[in-house]
Design a protein around this ligand. Structure first.
Ligand code: RFL
Ligand code: PHB
Length: 391
């Protein structure tokens, strides 16, 4: 049996950042992760970091490569009815911005920093199970060598994403689920091409939403709204480019095309679990909530959760003061519901809904007109997009 102060399940942004913050506070943790290091460092997911996430990485010594290789964006574009309208993020928020830096690069930086500091990260761990959550918590598992293992800890942090084992370990009668499933998904591609625009483009078109993002001067990330039950095999390169060109057309704009080397379809939902605690188990990140990617909030919320949790755990473990842990769920949920509303709002404003009436479509356009013509409405978008301050 291994002993540690905090047993962390999952080496995603939440689990790794939590372990890093605890280490800086002099607190030990062990991370149990079901996938291999290579798999987590290669999975393509988020791309947009809020100012808070960037600041936290830089302040805690894991931001050097991010500062060198990330792309700072001071605005983005809403595109509808064939015209582009810029949201001046920096001007509207008193100097804040977002940084495009892929999630798997964040993970590489965090894994490297944790391992360099001697962290115990167990990759390829199977059969993780949580026990005695209201007394003396334990985690049992099967190690990469096939041997059974056991971890005894003062607290467990469930950072194992949407499909992990931590949230289901909270008894059903002790939690409440809030769920909305959207009737569409996102078709995502990575292409070998130069950027078509200096900033991200969120496009609303009668055929559906499209998003033009980037990864580097040579690789571009783009998405378009699709049927979540569709298959990537139904989409040839030509068909994908034709769809993206149509949804972003106007004012002579053309996407620069290139070889598509990755395609995937992600479903879209909004979900929250309340509370984010049961006994000595605390859940954080996607284990506790999901947002549709339209607001670019998922990774950033995961980081915000563990920022709050790390401070609360530190206070409890160092001085026995548990108020921070008792209020963790309520404090985190305030920010989470703000991000839930913003992500739902962006999604509703930009996507095609099959059951929308002609009235609904005109109202959607009126809303886009409002956020691109009224400074106060644009500021609301900008403040939420760059992220509200952490504390
Ligand atoms: P993760 O990243 O899912 O990590 C959970 C980890 O737990 C492991 N695990 C287990 N380990 C042990 N035992 C088990 N039983 C386990 N079950 C699972 C998993 O292998 C994994 O390594 O959750 P975390 O840390 O909470 O981080 C959340 C973010 O990954 C997620 O919210 C974002 O990717 C969402 N997201 C975006 N967020 C942003 O902030 N900005 C964006 O631009 C953005 N774009 C996106 C996105 C998500 C997308 N997809 C694929 C849903 C774009 C897309 C397309
Ligand atoms: C991305 O680059 O993957 C990305 C950017 C903005 C979003 C979602 C995803 O809202």
């Amino acid at each position: 049996m291994t002993r540690t102060q905090v047993g962390i399940i999952g080496a995603g942004p939440a689990g790794l950042m939590l372990s890093h913050l605890l280490h800086l506070a002099g607190i030990e943790s062990v991370i149990l992760e079901s996938r291999s290091r290579k798999a987590i460092e290669e999975t393509i997911r988020a791309g947009v970091l809020e100012q808070n996430t960037v600041d936290l990485m830089v302040e805690t010594g894991v931001g050097a490569r991010l500062q060198r290789e990330g792309f700072v964006h001071h605005g983005f574009e809403f595109r509808f009815e064939g015209h582009g309208h810029r949201i001046d993020l920096t001007g509207l928020t008193g100097g804040r911005a977002i940084t495009v830096y892929p999630q798997h690069e964040v993970l590489k930086d965090l894994v490297e920093a944790r391992l360099a500091a001697g962290a115990d990260i167990r990759f390829e761990t199977r059969d993780v199970a949580l026990h005695d959550l209201t007394s003396t918590p334990r985690i049992t598992f099967t190690g990469v060598d096939g041997q059974p293992g056991e971890l005894a800890c003062a607290f467990i942090a469930g950072c194992d994403g949407s499909y992990g084992v931590s949230r289901p370990a909270i008894p059903a009668d002790k939690r409440r689920d809030f769920l909305r499933i959207y009737p569409f998904g996102w078709f995502g591609i990575l292409a070998d091409a130069p950027p078509s625009a200096h900033e991200l483009i969120y496009a609303r078109h009668e055929r559906g939403f499209a998003l033009i993002s980037t990864r580097s001067p040579d690789v571009q990330r783009m998405y378009f709204q699709c049927d979540p039950a569709d298959s990537v095999d139904n989409w040839s390169e030509d068909r994908i480019w034709a769809e993206l060109q149509t949804r972003t057309e106007g004012e002579g704009f053309r996407l620069t095309e290139g070889r598509i080397f990755q395609k995937n379809i992600v479903p879209m939902r909004s979900y929250v679990c309340e509370p984010m605690q049961y006994g000595r188990l605390f859940i954080a990140g996607d284990a506790a909530h999901t947002v549709p990617p339209t607001g670019a909030k998922g990774l950033n919320l995961a980081v915000a959760d563990v920022f709050i949790l790390a401070r609360a755990l530190e206070r409890s473990l160092k001085s026995g003061a548990d108020e921070g842990l008792q209020s963790y769920s309520a404090t985190a949920l305030k920010r989470i519901w703000r991000a839930q509303h913003f992500s739902w709002w962006m999604t509703s404003m930009l996507h095609r809904f099959e059951d929308a009436t002609a009235f609904d479509r005109r109202r959607q356009l009126a809303e886009l007109e409002l956020v691109t013509s009224s400074e106060s409405a644009a500021r609301t978008v900008a403040e939420n997009y760059v992220g509200l301050p952490l504390a």
